[in-house]
Design a protein around this ligand. Structure first.
Ligand code: NAP
Ligand code: ZN
Length: 354
């Protein structure tokens, strides 16, 4: 029997969220049923459900930073049992057979990974995300949440954590390197903590100095305001690596100028519009411009364990199910310190509107 649950849903890009009833599939033999305790609000949820990345499939529930407790398991599930603390990130399945999947890079599945929401699932339905009471997920895409991490603090790690951990690992960020984190939002604040834990000297590049104090608490050694006159000239050639988490248009060439020769800008922020680039900004100084898409399942588990070991976690603001529209406005305005997380217990008293 399918499972009926409450979920936050939008019927169109300009509609408010409403509490709806949706169905989760009848668990298959290799599925895990998760009672969701916390669901993070990622800027990708906003880009998607506002149609900023193309037309979304409505009615839609988003959310790919999910933490909760195993409520039931299918007959073939061996790695998880009822009561386990678990998480789900941006993917809920992939082909499992292509070279990328076999190499633990399910996010780059050659047949396309199945995203946690807004993607056609193997049964033809559209996946529905984590702003919800429960979710049913293939066991291969379920992560273990270490005891040291509370659900609220852990949920954002499932996207913001892995998305920043993976490129910092790919580019081997280490002791003494000068790393700039561009944009101090949900992703950026995890990037600062992880890069600092790896021993890098971290500078936050934010639009203003408003977040200076808290950035330093996260492990940054300094904060620079990018909107100040002369910023790009003054800081030319300073950084080994820039982790770019900005969700909006940026002057890419100017930022590449902040790198040392052979420096790397790794891009995770995905603004809706194409960003112009002059090849000269890469050629002069032999610089590297790279992208990074979340991370594989094994690496996501490694990241969760790393965060638990180093005492890292998201700095969060809890919101109830009726506060999500307002939270979106605050995320877009850059006002959240640093991730809004939906307290799913607030579904209990919420009336179903559809
Ligand atoms: P977020 O919390 O809104 O943070 C984005 C930050 O970008 C803001 O805090 C702000 O930093 C800066 N920013 C926003 N608007 C700006 C503007 N007009 N000019 C300059 N800076 C601006 O968003 P997030 O959840 O961290 O996500 C960031 C981006 O990463 C989004 O585009 C999201 O879709 C993308 N993403 C990509 C992946 C991936 O796998 N590659 C995964 C998850 C998310 P300051 O206030 O410090 O200036
Ligand atoms: Zn995300």
């Amino acid at each position: 029997m399918p499972i009926t649950v409450k979920a936050l849903q939008k019927t169109g890009p300009d509609q408010p969220f409403r509490v709806a009833q949706i169905e989760r599939r009848d668990p298959r033999a290799d599925d895990v049923v998760i009672d969701i305790k916390a669901a993070g609000i990622c800027h990708s949820d906003i880009h998607t459900i506002r149609n900023e990345w193309g037309e979304a499939h409505f009615p839609l529930t988003v959310g790919h930073e999910i933490a909760g407790i195993v409520e039931a398991v299918g007959s073939d599930v061996t790695d998880f049992k009822v009561g386990d603390r678990v998480g789900v990130g941006c993917m809920v399945n992939s082909c499992g057979e292509c070279e990328q999947c076999r190499a633990g890079q399910e996010q780059n599945c050659l047949r396309g990974n199945i995203g946690t929401y807004n993607v056609e699932d193997v049964d033809g339905s559209i996946t529905q995300g984590g702003y919800s009471e429960k979710v049913v997920v293939n066991q291969g895409f379920v992560l273990r949440i270490p005891e040291a991490l509370d659900f609220d603090v852990a949920a954002p790690l499932l996207c913001a954590g892995i998305t920043t951990y993976a490129p910092l690992a790919t580019w081997k960020v280490s002791e003494g390197q000068k790393v700039a984190v561009l944009g101090l939002g949900g992703l950026g604040h995890m990037g600062v903590q992880i890069a600092a834990a790896k021993g890098a000297e971290v500078t936050v590049l934010s639009r203003s100095l408003k977040k200076e104090e808290v950035a330093k608490e996260l492990g940054a050694s300094r904060v620079l305001a990018t909107a100040e006159d002369g910023f790009f000239e003054e800081h030319r050639g300073e950084f080994d690596l820039i982790l770019n988490t900005i969700s909006a248009d940026i002057p890419v060439d100017s930022y590449l100028g902040l790198l040392k020769p052979h420096g790397v800008m790794t891009v995770v922020g995905l603004p809706p519009a194409a960003q112009p680039l002059h090849f000269g900004s890469l050629i002069l100084g032999g610089k590297v411009l790279a992208g990074s898409n979340i991370g594989g399942i094994a690496e996501t588990q490694e990241m969760l364990d790393f965060c638990a070991e180093h005492g890292l976690g998201a700095k969060i603001e809890k919101v109830g199910v009726h506060e999500v529209d307002e939270a979106y406005e605050r995320v877009v305005a850059g006002e959240v310190h640093f991730r809004c997380v939906i307290d799913t217990s607030t579904f209990d008293d919420a009336e179903v509107e559809a």
